[in-house]
Ligand binder design. Structure first.
Ligand code: MN
Length: 446
């Protein structure tokens, strides 16, 4: 199934939920991202919801008022669970049926002709987002983090190796490592600075202590919808049918621990203490207007056949705007705002999502509904487009100046890292991901 546009991408479509129509709203009718929520502080069961304007559409409540039928109703029943795995596993026809049904129910001018539940009944299915709290949208079985930005890779090798050449495999495959699921948390969480071993420059023996080079990584999280049987592969042309949607992901990284531990098997304690994702998953259907051609510059290695995007290459990249800000404890005390650290787009990524999925499964590894892939740090070509502090501060050689006069080489306790993402294109409604915000707590020694 290729990316396709339909009436749910009509920029003129408006919702009778007025907040969805306001300029700058992340969640207009054309977006309809999925998450798991309940009323904050309540003992209600968590269940699936869809963001619209400043509200959450309670899908369990919606099934009770009888506004849905057929595949859309079955999909909404699956969303009444506290995890969306069963809904993901239903596949793109069910995802699209529910999207289309919600679009019709909440579109401004369809109510009179539609029949079905009254507007009062539908309004009772809405929960204000300010009264909601969220849970992880799926039971994540496995998490894999990629390394697919060539600008990130070039920035890092320049810092780490005098010759500054990319590792030779980078241009031939989307490199990745298997990550840790138990420490994946939602936006709003506090992340304790990890402790571990690191080797000080010029020393022969490591020391043990709190991470001194704590960093974030700007990434997108990719939720797998439909998996594959072990021993089979997902062809690159079919990958779009297997991906449910995207969220904002912060891959917290302890650079000093990472530098000492990573040879020869890759990241371990440097990455496994926390990963933070945003609560809303923006579907690939909602992202269709922002897809664009994936290209590999002439003169660089062209992908091997199993990674070649011949049929779907014109829609395999996505122009997703991404921004990282930092809000320090002192900026908060002094009433100063957050400082923007970088801004870039996912369009620059060297490997596409489809290629990540194809490569992950080419040896017969089975992906399952609810599995999470990290895109890898997203850096663009410009100096202000780097997706991690280690790049922006050149490993501490050039600390970043913040708006309130503070400087940062790496994160300090009390810092809040805020990632935002959105898509905009002339002729289409802008849609957003919301934000991914989390705070660094001091290390705990025992
Ligand atoms: Mn990463």
């Amino acid at each position: 199934m290729s990316m396709r546009l339909d009436h749910t991408h009509d920029p003129a479509a408006r919702s009778w939920v007025e907040s969805a129509n306001q300029g700058g709203c992340a969640f207009p009718l054309q977006n309809l991202p999925f998450g798991v929520f309940r009323r904050a502080g309540s003992t209600e069961a968590f269940r699936g919801g869809v963001a619209l304007g400043d509200c959450v559409i309670d899908l369990k409540a919606l099934t009770a008022v009888g506004g849905l039928s057929g595949m859309a109703e079955q999909a909404a029943f699956a969303c009444a669970n506290p995890q969306l795995n069963d809904f993901f596993a239903m596949g793109p026809l069910a995802w699209r049926a529910l999207r289309h049904a919600l679009f019709a129910l909440f579109k401004a001018d369809d109510l009179a002709v539609r029949g079905g539940p009254s507007r009062d009944e539908l309004m009772r299915c809405l929960v204000p987002q300010r009264e909601a709290e969220y849970a992880l949208p799926a039971q994540i079985g496995d998490y894999t983090d990629f390394y697919t930005s060539v600008d990130h890779a070039r920035n890092i090798v320049k810092l780490m190796r005098p010759d500054g050449t990319l590792s030779p495999n980078f241009q031939w495959m989307p490199v990745a490592y298997h990550g840790r699921v138990s420490s994946i948390g939602l936006s709003g969480q506090s992340v304790r600075r990890p402790v571990g071993q690191r080797l000080a420059p010029g020393r022969q023996e490591p020391e043990f202590g709190a991470c001194a080079k704590l960093d974030y990584e700007l990434e997108l999280g990719i939720f797998i919808g439909v998996g594959n049987e072990q021993g089979t592969r997902i062809p690159v042309e079919a990958a779009a049918e297997h991906v449910f949607g995207l969220c904002l992901l912060n891959d917290w990284s302890a650079r000093d621990i990472q530098a000492w531990e990573s040879t020869p098997l890759g990241p371990f304690l440097a990455k496994n203490f926390a990963t933070t994702i945003s609560p809303w998953i923006v579907t690939m259907d909602a992202l269709a207007p922002f897809s664009m051609a994936w290209t590999r510059p002439a003169g660089e290695p062209q992908p091997l056949e199993y990674l070649a995007l011949t049929a779907v290459g014109n829609q395999a990249a996505f122009d997703i705007q991404l921004e990282v800000s930092i809000e320090t404890a002192s900026a908060r005390r002094n009433g100063k705002g957050a400082s923007r650290l970088s801004r870039t787009s996912f369009r620059h990524q060297y490997w596409s999502i489809a290629q990540m999925v194809a490569h992950h499964t080419v040896g017969g590894c089975n992906l399952r509904a609810g599995d999470l892939l990290g895109s890898g740090t997203i850096s663009g070509p410009g100096a202000s487009e780097a997706g991690a502090l280690i790049e922006l501060s050149r490993a501490g050689q050039a600390p970043v100046e913040l708006a309130d006069g503070e400087r940062r080489s790496f994160l300090e306790d009390g810092d809040r890292v805020v990632i935002r993402g959105w898509c905009e294109r002339a002729g289409f409604a802008s849609i957003g991901f919301g934000e991914n915000r989390s705070e660094v707590l001091p290390a705990k020694w025992e």
